[in-house]
Ligand binder design. Structure first.
Ligand code: ADP
Ligand code: MG
Length: 611
C-alpha cells in the first residue's frame, strides 16, 4: 500500500478557527455536508468534462463521469467518490489545507486569464469541504489528478490540528472521500438517498448509491423552452410540488441582466386554501447552478405568491451557508422584485391571450392577487389590472376589468366607482346605484367578502381615483327630470323636522341630487372605514369611534312628499314613518347594529296602519 511514511501538515492558522465556526455554528443543518461534498464532486466532474475537451493527454480518458456513493452502517462510514479532475499533492495542500481559498475560484480565474469560458461550477465559497467534519470525526481523501503521471494520494485529518498526506497505490482518477461518522445516521442508505433526493436531485452527473442511480430528474429549468415537453413540465411539477394534479400555468424564463436567473414556476391546478386546508407553504425552491440552497426560502417571493411551485436558479448567488443571512441579502430582494414583476406580466399576457382560462385562474387564485393589493404597494397597479368583476354595464355573469372600465368612462370622469355587497342582486336592489345609472356612470360590483378591505387599500388605478359609490362627498351632475318636487321651503322644513326627530342618529339630513327611485339614502363620509370593516374591527374587540352618516332625501319621491304633509296632519304617525325610513336607509348602508329593533318598529308601525 503506502510507499512512504505519511507526511505531517498543520492547518493554516485561520483554518483551525474557521473549522470551529463551520462545525459549530456556520451551518444550521448538519445534513447539508452531503450536499457540499456532492457539489464538490459535481464541480470536479464539470472541470473534467472541460479537460476532456481541451487537453490532448488525460489520465483515464473517456472514463464515465459519475458520482459513486457507498454507505456502510456496520463500520459507520460514508464514501463519496467521483471520477473528476482529482488533486495533486500541491492542490491537496492548497485546497484542503487552506480555508477561504477556493480552488474552484482559482480554477475559474485561470480559465478567465486564458480567455476561455469557465465550466458550470458550483462552489465559490471555499469552506464546503470542511462541513464533512460536522458529521465525521475522521475524513480520508483518496485522490489522483487527471494529469498524466500524477501519483495516487491519501489525505487524512480529524479536523483538529492538521492532516497527513501520503502516496498510495491503486487510486483511480478523481477523488474519494471516506467519512468516519460520529454516529450511524448518515451511514444509512435510506437516509443518504433521502438527502440526495432533497438536495442534489438535479446534479447533471449520475449519482449512484450502491450501484443504483438516485438522481432521475433532470434540471429542466436550465433547458430552453422548446426542449421541454408539456409532459416533462407536468412530471417535474408533480415532483417538485409533491403534487398529484396538473399545473394550471407553467412559466419558464431566463434572464441575464441584471441578474442571471433561470426560473420555472407553476401555478397549481387547485388552490387548497379555498377549501380551508390552511395556509399554503411557499413552494419555490432556490438553487444555484442546480444545487439546492433552500427548499423554502423566506423572502424570495412575496407572501401572496405562496401558491407558486417551482425553482429559481441564480448563478449569481454565492453557495452561501446560512439561510438566515440569505433572507435579507440584497440579491434575494432583487430576485423577489424581478420575478414578481415577470410573473405579473405573464399573467397579463395569459389574461389577454386566453381570457376564459384566466377567468378560471382568477376564480381559484384571485384571493392571492387581492392579498397582494393590500400588502405589496409596489405591485398594486399591476395586480389591480388583473382583477375581474361584474359591473352595472356588464350582463350578470360577464366579467370586466378596470382597464375596460376606463375605456367606457366618460371623458371628464376622474373616478372609478364601485359598490361592495354580498351579491349582484343585493347591490342592484340597494339605493346607491340609481344615481350613477341615471347619469350613465358605470359602477363596478365587488361581491367577495374581502373586497371592501382590499379596495380600501387601493387608492387609484391608471390615474383614476377609486371611490365607493355610497360615499357622501361624491359630486354628481344635476339631472334634468320632470318629476314634481317639494318646494324649497317645504323641503327645508321637512329635513329640519326629520333631523330633530332622529335625535342625533345622523350628522345631517339634506335634499339630495342622487336619488331617482328610492326615498332616502344614508351616505358615509369618504375617509371613514366602510361598514364591513367596522364590523370586523368591532368583532376583534377594537373600539370604534361613532361615525355618523348623512341622510339624503329624494324630494321628488311620492313617499317623501306625503310625509311632508303628514307631519302637520298626524305628527305622531309621521314621526314613526320618518324614523322607520331613516332606519331602513341605515340598514341598507350596513350601519344598523340591531336590525331586530328596526323590524320591531316596523311591526308596530304596520299594526297602527292596519286599523
Ligand atoms: P469550494 O467548493 O467552494 O471551492 P470547498 O471547501 O468545498 O470549497 O472545496 C475546496 C476546494 O477543494 C475546491 O475548490 C476544490 O478545488 C477542492 N476539492 C474539493 N472536493 C474536490 C473533489 N471531489 N475533487 C477535486 N477537488 C476537490
Ligand atoms: Mg464546495
Amino acid at each position: 500500500m503506502s510507499t512512504a511514511s505519511p507526511q505531517q501538515h498543520t492547518f493554516q492558522a485561520e483554518v483551525k478557527q474557521l473549522l470551529d465556526i463551520v462545525i459549530h455554528s456556520l451551518y444550521t443543518d448538519k445534513e447539508i455536508f452531503v450536499r457540499e461534498l456532492v457539489s464538490n464532486a459535481s464541480d470536479a466532474l464539470e472541470k473534467m468534462r472541460l479537460k476532456e475537451l481541451t487537453e490532448s493527454d488525460v489520465f483515464e480518458k473517456g472514463k464515465a463521469l459519475e458520482i459513486t456513493i457507498i454507505t456502510d452502517e456496520e463500520n459507520k462510514t460514508l464514501t463519496i467518490a467521483d471520477s473528476g479532475i482529482g488533486m495533486t499533492e500541491e492542490e491537496l495542500v492548497r485546497n484542503l489545507g487552506t480555508i477561504a481559498h477556493s480552488g474552484t475560484k482559482a480554477f475559474l480565474q485561470a480559465m478567465k486569464e486564458k480567455g476561455e469560458a469557465g465550466p458550470e461550477v458550483i462552489g465559490q465559497f471555499g469552506v464546503g469541504f470542511y462541513s464533512a467534519f460536522m458529521a465525521a470525526d475522521r475524513v480520508e481523501v483518496y485522490t489522483r489528478s487527471w494529469e498524466p503521471g500524477a501519483p495516487g494520494l491519501k489525505w487524512e485529518s480529524d479536523g483538529q490540528g492538521g492532516y497527513t498526506i501520503e502516496p498510495v497505490e491503486d487510486v483511480a482518477r478523481g477523488s474519494k472521500m471516506v467519512l468516519h461518522l460520529k454516529d450511524e445516521t448518515f451511514a444509512k442508505k435510506s437516509k443518504v438517498e433521502e438527502l440526495l433526493k432533497k438536495y442534489s436531485n438535479f446534479v447533471s452527473f449520475p449519482i449512484l448509491v450502491e450501484g443504483e442511480r438516485v438522481n432521475t430528474v433532470g434540471a429542466i429549468w436550465l433547458k430552453s423552452k422548446n426542449e421541454v415537453s408539456k409532459e416533462e413540465y407536468a412530471e417535474f411539477y408533480k415532483f417538485i410540488g409533491h403534487a398529484w394534479d396538473e399545473p394550471f400555468y407553467t412559466m419558464h424564463f431566463s434572464a441575464d441582466a441584471p441578474i442571471t436567473i433561470n426560473a420555472l414556476l407553476f401555478t397549481p391546478g387547485e388552490n387548497n386554501e379555498r377549501f380551508g386546508m390552511g395556509q399554503m407553504e411557499p413552494g419555490v425552491a432556490l438553487y444555484c447552478k442546480k444545487v439546492l440552497i433552500d427548499p423554502k426560502p423566506k423572502g424570495l417571493l412575496p407572501e401572496w405568491l405562496r401558491f407558486l411551485k417551482g425553482v429559481i436558479d441564480s448563478a449569481d448567488l454565492p453557495l452561501n451557508i446560512s439561510r438566515e443571512s440569505m433572507q435579507d441579502s440584497a440579491l434575494v430582494r432583487k430576485l423577489n422584485q424581478l420575478i414578481t414583476k415577470r410573473f405579473l406580466k405573464f399573467l397579463e399576457k395569459q389574461a389577454a391571450d386566453e381570457p376564459e382560462k384566466f377567468r378560471e385562474f382568477h376564480e381559484k387564485f384571485g384571493r392571492f392577487l387581492k392579498e397582494g393589493i393590500a400588502t405589496s404597494y409596489e405591485h398594486q397597479e399591476a395586480l389591480a389590472g388583473l382583477l375581474r368583476f361584474e359591473s352595472s354595464m356588464t350582463e350578470a355573469g360577464t366579467l370586466t376589468s378596470f382597464a375596460d372600465y376606463n375605456t367606457r368612462a366618460k371623458e371628464e370622469q376622474k373616478e372609478i366607482y364601485y359598490l361592495t355587497g354580498p351579491s349582484r342582486e343585493v347591490i342592484e336592489s340597494g339605493p346607491y346605484l340609481e344615481a350613477f345609472k341615471a347619469r350613465g356612470l358605470e359602477v363596478a360590483f365587488f361581491t367577495d367578502p374581502v373586497d371592501s378591505y382590499v379596495l380600501q387599500s387601493l387608492p387609484e388605478f391608471a390615474g383614476k381615483t377609486l371611490v365607493a359609490a355610497d360615499r357622501a362627498e361624491i359630486e354628481l351632475d344635476d339631472l334634468s327630470d320632470e318629476k314634481e318636487k317639494l318646494g324649497e321651503a317645504e323641503a327645508k322644513s321637512l329635513t329640519e323636522w326629520l333631523q330633530e326627530k332622529l335625535g342625533g342618529k345622523v350628522a345631517s339630513v339634506n335634499v339630495g341630487k342622487r336619488l331617482v327611485e328610492s326615498p332616502v339614502v344614508a351616505l358615509t363620509p369618504k375617509d371613514s372605514l366602510n361598514p364591513q370593516m367596522r364590523a370586523m374591527m368591532k368583532s376583534m374587540g377594537q373600539e370604534m369611534p361613532e361615525e355618523k352618516p348623512t341622510l339624503e332625501i329624494n324630494a321628488g319621491h311620492g313617499l317623501v312628499k306625503k310625509l311632508s304633509s303628514l307631519k302637520d296632519s298626524d305628527p305622531e304617525l309621521a314621526e314613526a314613518i320618518g324614523v322607520q325610513l331613516a332606519d331602513q336607509a341605515l340598514l341598507a348602508a350596513g350601519l344598523v347594529e340591531n336590525p331586530q329593533a328596526v323590524a320591531a318598529r316596523m311591526n308596530a308601525l304596520l299594526e297602527r296602519v292596519i286599523k
